[in-house]
Write a protein that binds this ligand. Sequence first.
Ligand code: GLN
Length: 186
Amino acid sequence: MRIGVLALQGAFIEHEQMLAELGAASFEIRQLSDLEQTMDGLIIPGGESTVQGKLLHDLGLFEPIREQITAGLPVFGTCAGLLLLAKNIVGDERRHLATMDITAVRNAYGRQLGSFHTEAAFAGQGKIPMTFIRAPYIESVRPNVEVLAEAGGHIVAAREQNQLVTAFHPELTHDLTVHRYFLAML
Ligand code: GLN
């Protein structure tokens, strides 16, 4: 089992460490030639969705990655990764990979609540710690999308078949629940 971790920008190293803790091998995707390796899953980390979106295009990674996701490659997007996968972003014309039937709100918690920490149930597995950093939330999902977690009245984790997203950063906690859930999707 090998997981590709998009390593253009943002918190990708923390994901690699979590995968290692779970005994899963990973490799970094920084350029087109990295996609010559086969991967069983892909992680798109938190960071800045606009920067990552632009780099995906500049580096020629956008189409091949989008094709693999629509062909069924398991993908896990955290925070900015969620925004890259969302088909709709409220009040924003920009669309990125746009493979997942969710509508997201960017920087949804405003300036004062820019970063915060809470606990909430995830996928019926009890409460897990959730760290939010200038996070989006999911405003709505289509019926084909399963809601996996809500916090403060907003959807913060969801799954559509091979696609998993969290508005929070499990890789910045010590809780392996979400990464374990992702590996079980593979
Ligand atoms: N606010 C960032 C964005 O719009 C996401 C923040 C994050 O990934 N921690 O892409």
